[in-house]
Design a protein around this ligand. Structure first.
Ligand SMILES: Cc1ncc(COP(=O)(O)O)c(C=O)c1O
Length: 360
């Protein structure tokens, strides 16, 4: 006889989940990964390091060597660094520590869907602010919303996924000043930071409530490893450690992170190529009947003028090119997002688009 199935929490029933489909196609431009293979020097050193790891033992709980390597690169103290299984896990830890029941987070839509998704999974109420024309956050409106809703956490994302624009330093500073007074936490998700042409003057400060999220999944080419990190004041890192599982970060990825940083020049060798290719794809898109937004990341958001967004997504898929369908997301009606791949993949995307739009 079948058992009576346990019911999940009522508040989880409304969540649809966030999954970019992993479809098997020749040109995969839907998840903002790096299209390039890993450098030989890194791979060789990683495989000989693996032989020496004591995998019968638990990993170093605080991932000291990795955190120290990250701290040195960022000119911080290793106690201001926390590493985890992708920045998604850190987002979850932030909500476990500072969000949850009777607490709220302010998120400016459209942005990375996991910010609100993970908030909801952890029972954190989501307050949505809307971005203005060209996806900028209006500072006055943001401050008014913070006064009204008093969120414990505010998320910004720079460059913002999927729109590609930077959050301005003036905006970040004005929100931070307010949260430093009210005791709120400002999370700046910088998953695509390295692709941007400008960088912020802000950094970790023990007297400030600003924290920075980074990942090895994008420019570092290590999406398959699942490794991300948080740069934050020590008091914040301590709270995050309190809610993380013991030995959450395995020995293999700790070593992979250390070696990636050691081989930084080779790991990041294609960065300029990605930026050049992004400019090429952008310029080409301007010649099509689409609206395309400038981007400081490794992807471009665009919206076809004469054809439905979802129809274009499926036509591209039919031609073996997978892009991200954002066409049903609030504030992004009809839009698609294309990751910058290698030059051949980008050309294939542009050719497929031309074939579709010319025949449409
Ligand atoms: C803005 C943003 N933050 C975080 C992540 C998650 O990255 P990770 O692979 O480190 O979990 C992504 C992945 O697409 C992202 O776009």
């Amino acid at each position: 006889m079948m058992s009576k199935k346990p019911l999940v929490r009522d508040d989880l029933n409304i969540l649809k989940g966030y999954h970019s489909p992993q479809l098997d196609v020749p040109v995969k431009l839907n998840t903002n990964e790096s299209p390039f293979s890993l450098p030989d020097g890194f791979l060789e050193e990683l495989s000989s390091a693996l032989e020496k790891l004591d995998l019968n033992r638990y990993p170093k709980r605080d991932a000291n060597e990795l955190c120290l390597s990250i701290a040195e690169r960022e000119s911080l103290n290793e106690k201001q660094v926390f590493a985890a299984n992708g920045s998604n896990e850190i987002i979850q830890s932030i909500f476990l520590a500072f969000g949850g029941h009777n607490r709220s987070v302010l998120i400016f839509e459209p942005t990375y869907a996991m910010h609100s998704q993970i908030a909801k999974i952890t029972g954190t109420r989501v307050v949505s602010g809307l971005r203005e024309i060209d996806f900028q956050v209006n500072a006055d409106a943001a401050l008014r919303l913070i006064d009204k809703e008093k969120p414990e956490i505010v998320f910004l994302c720079s460059p913002n996924n999927p729109t590609g624009n930077l959050e301005s330093e003036a905006l970040i500073k004005s929100i931070l000043a307010k949260l430093n007074d009210s005791g709120g936490l400002l999370v700046l998700d910088e998953a695509y930071k390295e692709f941007a042409n400008q960088s912020l003057s802000l950094t970790v400060d023990e007297g400030s409530n600003l924290i920075f999220l980074r990942t090895f999944s994008k420019v570092w080419k290590l999406a398959g490893i699942r490794l991300g990190y948080l740069l934050a004041p020590e008091w914040c890192i301590d709270e995050i450690k309190n809610v993380s599982l013991p030995y959450h970060l395995d020995s293999i990825k700790q070593k992979a992170g250390v070696l990636a940083l050691k081989h930084e020049n080779e790991m990041l060798a294609q960065l300029e190529n990605v930026k050049e290719e992004k400019n090429r794809v952008y310029e080409n898109l301007l010649d099509f009947s689409v609206n395309v937004w400038p981007s400081e990341a490794n992807f471009l958001l665009f919206k076809p003028n004469e054809i439905d967004g979802y129809k274009l997504w499926s036509d591209l898929f039919e031609k073996g090119v997978l892009v991200r369908d954002c066409s049903s997301w609030e504030g992004l009606e009809g839009c698609l997002r294309v990751t910058i791949g290698n030059p051949e993949e980008n050309t294939r995307f542009l050719e497929a688009l031309q074939e579709i739009l010319n025949n449409g």
